[in-house]
Design a protein around this ligand. Structure first.
Ligand code: ADP
Length: 445
């Protein structure tokens, strides 16, 4: 499969509503995850399957051969370095490739192989001899659509008869165009226009409809409506597939409107725990004192790699500067950076080029850096109202069972207010956070 990538559009970034900001934030995180992800997320959890027809046997496959893929596609799969299906693919692929094709709602965290699965399903169902669109895939943003498009191109590398086109803002086609490409990937607004207003696509000929990142999609009401309007134009026998990283009530309601009679495949996220973490706090009076304490800690123990969390971009910037002056190799992850820049910073840190990563929470949410053994909360996590943010605390310092390594978390407390936050966090998890005296650091390690 191949396509020409249109030039990047200039967006009107000036006046954003809160809804748009929130959506951007989710979409940006999803993109960041894709950019920094180079392999599958491991999981020990079992896949849950709810079949539409509970009497039909439950198929799962342990190899790609069992799926009887077209040889060109199998070659593409192996060229991508996949040896065997991921957990979610084991169950989702047989359902998606069954005859007649089955509808599916699938949920699992990012990095578990959803995209690869539906790309394989789309490429399996197209007939390259028919020169018209047969698969539609909608994504929440331009950038996410491009990422998925790349996967289609990679997977379809040996199946060059199949062509791909991007239905995204900025890809202007002449009126009266009839698309010849078999696969169309794009954002809901443009895709709806292409089907309805410009009739570049005949929706009645679509065999597979994929809605990706449903949880990001529904953050924008407009996208939700547009997706439903596209879905309504498709024939009854069209296969409907919906994917999401999370599954709140709202996602579920939307999913049911998009996918009639669904099979459901779910993979629980690995639980994080504080069991293998030693937690400490340090009492200080100001941010300068916190910085001194940090230096003492660095002087006393060997820290391979640490992540340091600050509440604001300003503090993060200041701290990164101070640490560099002390001779540390510091990476700074900050909110004003483009997603691509953030991905580059994280990559460098993962490769060990820097030993300290200073960041605000927003930037680092949802990112696993497995080799980090020390996490420092330069500021404790609080929500907008100043209440302790237990979930973020757990996510920053918690470990999933699979890594199993022991970790160290150090919390900097600089006021009655933050002491109060710390106490509440301690109570919430019912795990003791010990006081650390930074003039006498023999006890840690
Ligand atoms: P998701 O859509 O759930 O975020 P992806 O399909 O993007 O997950 O897969 C995550 C990463 O794992 C990608 O780098 C992808 O190339 C890789 N991957 C997907 N399926 C397999 C597999 N069966 N074997 C090895 N790697 C895989």
């Amino acid at each position: 499969a191949s396509a020409s990538t249109p030039a990047k559009m200039e967006g009107g970034e000036g006046n954003k509503t809160e809804e748009e900001d929130d959506k951007d934030d989710k979409a940006a995180q999803s993109l960041l995850n894709k950019l920094i992800r180079s392999n599958l997320v491991n999981t020990t959890n079992q896949v849950e399957v709810l079949q539409r027809d509970p009497n039909s046997p439950l198929y799962s496959v342990k190899s790609f051969e069992e799926l009887r893929l077209k040889p060109q596609l199998l070659q593409g799969v192996y060229a991508m370095g996949f040896n065997r299906p991921s957990k979610i693919q084991e169950n989702a692929l047989p359902l998606m490739l069954a005859e007649p094709p089955q509808n599916l709602i699938a949920q699992s965290q990012s990095g578990t192989g959803k995209t690869a699965a539906f790309v394989l399903a789309m490429l399996s169902h197209v007939d390259p001899n028919n020169k018209f669109p047969q698969c539609l895939c909608v994504s929440p943003t331009y950038e996410l659509a491009l990422q998925t498009g790349k996967v289609i191109e990679q997977m379809g590398k040996y199946y060059s008869e199949v062509k791909l086109v991007y239905g995204i803002r900025g890809n202007k086609l002449q009126r009266g165009t009839q698309l010849q490409e078999q696969v169309v990937i794009g954002t809901p607004g443009t895709m709806l226009d292409w089907c309805l207003k410009f009739k570049f696509i005949d929706p009645k000929k679509i065999k597979v409809f994929v809605l990706d990142e449903a949880d990001v999609m529904i953050a924008t009401q407009g996208h939700q409506d547009q997706s439903i309007r596209i879905q309504r134009m498709l024939p009854k026998q069209c296969q409907m597939l919906l994917f999401s990283a999370t599954f709140e009530e709202t996602v579920w309601n939307f999913a049911q409107r998009i996918v009639p009679d669904p099979n459901i495949v779910k993979l629980k996220r690995e639980e994080e725990t504080l069991d293998t973490i030693k937690q400490y706090y340090v009492l200080c009076n100001s941010k300068e004192e916190k910085f001194m304490a940090l230096c003492n800690i660095y002087g006393a123990i060997t820290i391979a790699q640490a992540m340091i969390f600050c509440h604001t971009r300003k503090t993060a910037g200041w701290l990164a500067g101070e640490l560099s002056r002390e001779g540390h190799q510091v990476a700074l992850l900050s909110g004003e950076m483009q997603v691509e820049q953030r991905a580059a910073v994280i990559d460098r840190f993962r490769e060990g080029k820097e030993k300290v990563l200073v960041t605000t929470n927003v930037c680092a949410r949802g990112i696993d850096v497995e080799q980090v053994s020390v996490v420092i909360n330069f500021d404790l996590p609080v929500d907008r109202d100043g209440n302790p943010d237990n979930e973020t605390y757990l996510h920053r310092i918690g470990r999933t069972g699979r890594f199993g390594k022991r970790g160290l978390a150090i919390n900097m407390v600089d006021s009655k207010f933050s002491m109060n936050v710390l106490n509440k966090i301690q109570d919430h998890f019912n795990k003791k956070i010990e006081k650390l005296d930074t003039d006498d650091l023999d006890e840690i390690e």
